[in-house]
Design a protein around this ligand. Structure first.
Ligand code: S3P
Length: 420
């Protein structure tokens, strides 16, 4: 596809619902007693995979775009699926399911697409095995033999909300209490939602303690817009001359707002207004106007707060004056594709001065860039980042596959072109 260029980026838009919260609302709603009404649900391919998996286990789920009704079966109410659960491209579905399925009174098999089959699952199967889980393989397909679990006290070797959540979900079924100790704070949507549903979960700094739960009470979930999707427009609005974009109702949970902090450090003109809170999740309207960006160094404990935004932050760095260093981001290598390699290889094609490092990349910004034939590696965030990059490149750019954007943002190109 040839990437069309917009002449200006001005307007007001809303982005689809938060992917992480949408997954959790379906999963926890399925395990709750009662009916969960979800509004603002993300009808992206990943979250639809989660719905399909829970339907296969006997949960009645009615999905009408961004409104979803889940009739929960209770914590003990899932039934054995007739066939292998297919999680598509979704790491969150795959890893969180491992936690739940380890404790069921039946065996299951999980697999996903080619990308999922290359992503490490040992990071969840190993701590789950310490709880008594019996999971064959460290890559999909996984064969999960339902087992009786017991609590553990586990110090996480990586900052990962998916690993943390898998252990917490297993902890709901385990005998005794489960303690997960994070090394850096990762997104805390699970802790907030489980707390709202009446689970016995407490958080003390980086340590989370969960006790077994016979019952979760359904709550209605209002999903805010996904800050990871809004990020593409925050960077676009910052780098395109004469821009002013307002993105309404964006989730601003502090475990996710590293992108705002970094763009502000780079000199971006961003305002956050009308902040409100629902069930512990905050949301606000974000306005961004054009500005001159300067380079920054990004590393340490901010990384989990912006891990999914690093490809689009790299785009900002290409147009920022000076040397941007992204470090401590080795987790990027195990995302939908190796996002360090993919960003470096693709950005080089358009003349960007970018170098791969062991744990990130170095970008010397503010050099002229030209159009190129880009590859997405089937990665939604690569497709959207490259679309923004190509706007300020001289000449024509193409994408080999734009359809992967539907994993997290089905209406991305419509929203994007609505601004120009
Ligand atoms: C997610 C956690 C993050 C993130 C992913 C969604 C979640 O992954 O990159 O897009 O919903 O828990 P890790 O847990 O691997 O860091």
């Amino acid at each position: 596809m040839e990437i069309k260029k917009i002449k200006r980026a001005r307007g007001v838009l809303t982005v689809p619902g938060d992917k992480s919260i949408s997954h959790r609302a379906v999963m926890l709603g399925s395990l709750a007693d009662g009916v969960t009404e979800i509004t603002g649900f993300l009808p992206g391919a990943d979250c639809l995979s989660t719905i399909d998996c829970f339907r296969s286990m006997g949960v009645e789920i009615d999905e009408r775009g961004d409104r979803v009704t889940v009739r929960g079966n209770g914590t003990r109410g899932l039934s054995k699926p007739e066939k292998t659960l297919y999680t598509g491209n979704s790491g969150t579905t795959t890893r969180l399911l491992c936690g739940i399925l380890s404790a069921q009174p039946f065996d299951t098999e999980i697999t996903g697409d080619a990308s999922i089959c290359k992503r490490p699952m040992g990071r969840v199967t190993k701590p789950l095995a310490l709880m008594g889980a019996n999971i064959e393989n460290e890559y999909c397909p996984l064969y999960i033999h339902g087992s009786r679990l017991h609590g553990i006290d586990y110090k996480m070797p990586v900052a990962s909300a998916q690993v943390k959540t898998a252990i917490i979900l297993a902890g709901l079924y385990a005998e005794g209490e489960t303690i997960v100790r994070e090394i850096e704070k990762s997104r805390n949507h699970t802790e907030l939602m489980l707390g709202a549903m009446g689970a016995d979960i407490s958080v003390d700094g980086l340590d989370i303690t969960v006790k077994p739960a016979d019952k979760l009470s359904a709550v209605n979930v209002v999903v805010p817009g996904d800050i990871s999707s809004a990020a593409f427009f925050m960077v676009l609005g910052s780098i395109m001359p004469n821009s002013e974009i307002t993105i309404k109702n964006v989730g601003t949970n502090p475990t996710r707002t590293g992108i705002i902090d970094v763009l502000k450090d780079m000199g971006a003109d961003i305002t956050v207004e009308n902040e409100r809170v629902s069930a512990g999740e905050s949301a606000a309207d974000i306005t961004v106007r054009s500005s001159s960006l300067r380079a920054v160094t990004i590393g340490g404990d901010i990384i989990p707060r912006l891990i999914d935004e690093l490809p689009i932050i790299a785009v900002a760095a290409v147009f920022a004056e000076g040397k941007t260093v992204i470090k401590d981001a080795q987790e990027l290598k195990v995302k939908e594709t190796n996002r360090i390699r993919a960003v470096v290889d693709e950005f080089k094609k358009c003349g960007a001065d970018i170098t791969e490092t062991d744990d990130g990349m170095i970008i010397n910004g503010d050099k002229p860039v030209h159009g190129a034939d880009f590859k997405t590696y089937g990665d939604h965030r690569m497709a959207m980042s490259l679309t923004v990059l190509s706007q300020l490149a001289d000449g024509v750019s193409t994408l080999d596959d734009e359809t992967c954007a539907r994993v997290s943002y089905p209406s991305f190109f419509d929203d994007f072109y609505s601004l120009g």
